[in-house]
Design a protein. Sequence first.
Length: 178
Amino acid sequence: MKNIIVKDKEFKLLLSEAKIKGSIKNIADKINKDLEGKNPLFLAVLNGSFMFAADLMKNITIPCEICFVKLTSYQGMQSGGKVKEVFGLSERIDGRTVVIVEDIVDSGRTMQQLLESLSSRNPKEIRIATFLFKPGSLQCNLKLDYVAFEIPNDFVVGYGLDYDGYGRNFGEVYTLVK
Ligand code: IMP
Ligand code: MG
């Protein structure tokens, strides 16, 4: 398998299309079992989750809905941190079982802010489905319900994930060659 170049960096294959397909089928099967009768609302976080969301949803067989949100960052008033707000969520989520669909949980801060923001809208339950998870990088207390792959603490691209906007188009995941 040839390495790829994205902008000025070289990446090598980490997860093949077949491996990705298999793991996503497994977590979809779990979701189908766990959330049967709950009419879940899948909430896919753009841009990174578009491929994962598409392949996951093709394997969901229970009645469900999906919508897409973006997180907009702005400089918060307190302690200089960036605050992320949910943008584009027109559906009501009160009383609903919500499944967040994300590309990657790295430090976990993005997910934590998303959870806080969604919780204020009174959903019945929030579950998290993430394509990738870097356990070695996590800095928050998060319960991840469905994880397709745990990966080392290295920068990856492909399957929706980008390096400076590029590389989202690959059907596999590639890791940086150091
Ligand atoms: P957090 O550190 O968990 O808040 O992750 C923040 C965001 O960083 C993720 O939603 C991704 O968009 C991005 N990110 C983290 N690790 C990687 C990576 O290895 N490749 C591409 N994007 C990443
Ligand atoms: Mg993301």
